[in-house]
Design a protein around this ligand. Sequence first.
Ligand code: ZN
Ligand code: ZN
Length: 259
Amino acid sequence: MRIDLHNHTTRCNHAKGSMESYVNRAIELGIDIYGFSEHAPMNFDKQYRLSFTEMNDYVHDVKQLKELYKDDIKILLGYEVDYLKGHMDERVLKSEVDYLIGSVHFLDKWGFDNPEFIDEYSKRNIDEIWQEYFNAIEAMVKTGNFDIVGHFDLIKIFKFMPKKDIRHIAKNAFNAIKQSGMVLELNSAGLRKPCKEIYPSASLLEVAYELDIPITFSSDAHAIGQVGFKYDEVQTLAKKIGYSKAVTFEQREKELITF
Ligand SMILES: [Zn+2]
Ligand SMILES: [Zn+2]
């Protein structure tokens, strides 16, 4: 079975193509379970996400496609939620969805994955930046609000690497994930970015495997051509490390499937 649970729509204002064309592409690629996970509304950095007033339309559209294509593909409803203290919103956290992806895109107000703000990396101690990032991941996990850890080592996006061992920097985040029962996504978007690696890296994925942390698959598609991006490559890596099962969700309940 093939799964792709992290996909965007034009409602975040930085993705292209109709929702239906994403679904058709997924069917063409033999994906069995396809999840929409639009950037959830938040009263911060509003231009890059769904608005609160559009939530119902988004849900409606996903459900309509789910029904329309039910014989060809299973469509799931989710959100990718930014973890940012003081900006979490019950309308998102309590929404009736199949799953919520918890992601860290901001350290304080610094959008560290945005090329516009890349200068900040050279202004600060790189080890401290990485630690701060993984502390935020740990805090996100400990809220207990989310099902999937989004792009676990996104902080490597521009290849500003720490001097310390990343496995050590990420240790407490890993332990929190293990305790929470959350799922780690293997997100192929990193292969399209300057870091040229999946999120998480193979060495972090090995740690996850040792801890028996479950995984799922994601392409983080913001364009039709990115649906199922490098799926075989990512799946091969997962198998090489030892994984044979991945998680899918239905109304926040986990289900393990063999891939
Ligand atoms: Zn996005
Ligand atoms: Zn993201």
